[in-house]
Ligand binder design. Structure first.
Ligand SMILES: *Cc1c(COP(=O)(O)O)cnc(C)c1O
Length: 411
């Protein structure tokens, strides 16, 4: 049994954390994360905010351990970087398998609240290939809740079986309840009214639903990426020699970039945070991030803590052939598989900005947060097929030798 962190002296108030402690002589050692001991994974535990975030409002009291944290940070040898620019990557895509990606960090807090409120099911909403809805379905089942989701799809196929591609396969295997609506209905009615309608119906059936907004982005969910900043701070502390000048991340519903920007400003990191938007323009996200940080009563202005760049291209979940070729080339060059909807567009946008404005990035150390989304790639197989690597029928000719028995195979 390891001593609890609270009985040991700590580096400084800045680094109080559940995963790092110091011995009496000040040597840092890593306390195994909650998932390290048997029964720790999927357990609910009391939450203490980092000291630099303790002034924010709505500090959560509990969270679940649903992900594999800390996620690794490693050098990412991207081609054609400006002079002396280093890019590092934080692998939040490795936070889990079915629970891969950035939504896990938010769900650790949201699920704890759902359970605390006595819910027996959750309701959420997203696009037809929403990673958030898939992650929510998994997390809900982990903590023994039912999951209802409203998925937005094209008007042309809204009455049809949505199939089993990508995220849908996981959701449907888990038995998530799926209600389809068209994009037009979604725009006209809005996500709040749609989830309220479903909530009313479930209440009428004596159920106890808990509503999670699209992307898990609300004041509670935002703590996921405030906590991620503490994790990064501690990884830096343990490593000693790396400092980052910039953090780059995709933004869709804004909660991830808001948590990172707020955490970075309040903590010792002070790293510049850039959000590359995959839907809507920059002004939308300055307002959206403002809403998130106002929700936590930070007293800060979004324009002072984040820089938003437009990387939406053709629009949400739509890709140009260049973007898909980029995803393919980066996978081939570095082994990192980006998703086409979020991280792929953000990385594409970042490298485009680096090539258009090299002096802005020269000599900087950049941390790119890989937010997951691999299952979304399955939705793009048709567009990817012409780009994907080659294959051939194995040539067995030389084995067919007079002295050798012919190769027998049953077709
Ligand atoms: C949801 C999502 C994002 C965007 O995060 P937000 O907090 O919604 O802005 C980025 N990448 C992936 C893979 C996602 O699923």
């Amino acid at each position: 049994m390891l001593p609890s962190t609270s009985t040991l002296p700590l580096f400084s108030p800045q680094v109080v954390h559940r995963r790092i402690s110091t011995t009496a002589n000040g040597v840092a050692f890593a306390v195994p994360s909650a998932a390290a001991h048997i029964g720790g994974f999927l357990s609910k535990k009391p939450y203490t905010a980092p000291s630099w975030a303790s002034e924010l409002s709505l500090v959560p009291s509990h969270n679940f351990t649903l992900g594999q944290f800390p996620t690794p940070i490693h050098k990412w040898n991207l081609p054609n970087l400006p002079k002396d620019t280093e890019v590092w990557i934080k692998r939040d895509d490795l936070a889990g398998m079915e629970l891969s990606g950035n939504k896990v960090r938010k769900l650790e807090f949201l699920m704890a609240d759902a359970v605390a409120q006595g819910a027996d099911c959750v309701i959420t909403v997203g696009g037809i290939q929403s990673n958030h809805c898939r992650a929510t379905a998994v997390a809900a089942k982990y903590v023994n809740l039912d999951c209802h989701m409203i998925l937005v799809t094209s008007r042309l196929i809204v009455d049809e079986d949505p199939g089993l591609v990508g995220n849908l396969l996981v959701e449907r295997l888990l038995g998530a309840h799926i209600d389809l609506v068209s994009k037009g209905e979604f725009t006209r009615i809005g996500s709040v009214a749609l989830t309220n309608l479903l909530k009313k119906r479930l209440l009428e059936k004596e159920r106890k639903p808990y509503v999670i907004p699209g992307g898990g982005s609300n004041s509670l969910g935002n703590w996921g990426y405030i906590e991620a900043i503490r994790e990064i701070e501690q990884q830096i502390q343990l490593s000693g020699d790396v400092q980052f000048d910039d953090i780059v991340v995709a933004c869709g519903s804004g909660g991830t970039v808001a948590g990172l920007a707020l955490g970075s400003r309040l903590s010792s990191l002070k790293t510049k945070v850039h959000g590359f938007s995959v839907c809507y323009g920059p002004q939308y996200f300055y307002d959206n991030v403002q809403g998130h940080i106002d929700g936590l009563q930070s007293g800060l202005k979004s324009h002072d803590i984040v820089r938003i760049e437009d990387a939406k291209g053709l629009g949400y979940a739509m890709n140009t052939p260049e973007e898909l070729k980029f995803v393919k080339d980066i996978a081939g060059a570095t082994g990192i598989v980006l998703d086409p909807v979020y991280s792929g567009k953000a990385a594409y946008g970042m490298l485009k900005d680096m090539s258009n404005n090299p002096t802005k990035w020269e000599g900087r150390k950049v941390l790119f947060v890989h937010t997951g989304g691999l299952l979304g790639l399955y939705d793009k197989v048709d567009q990817l097929s012409s780009l994907a690597g080659s294959w051939s029928r194995m040539d067995l000719e030389e084995l067919v030798h007079p002295k050798m028995a012919p190769v027998r195979c049953s077709d």
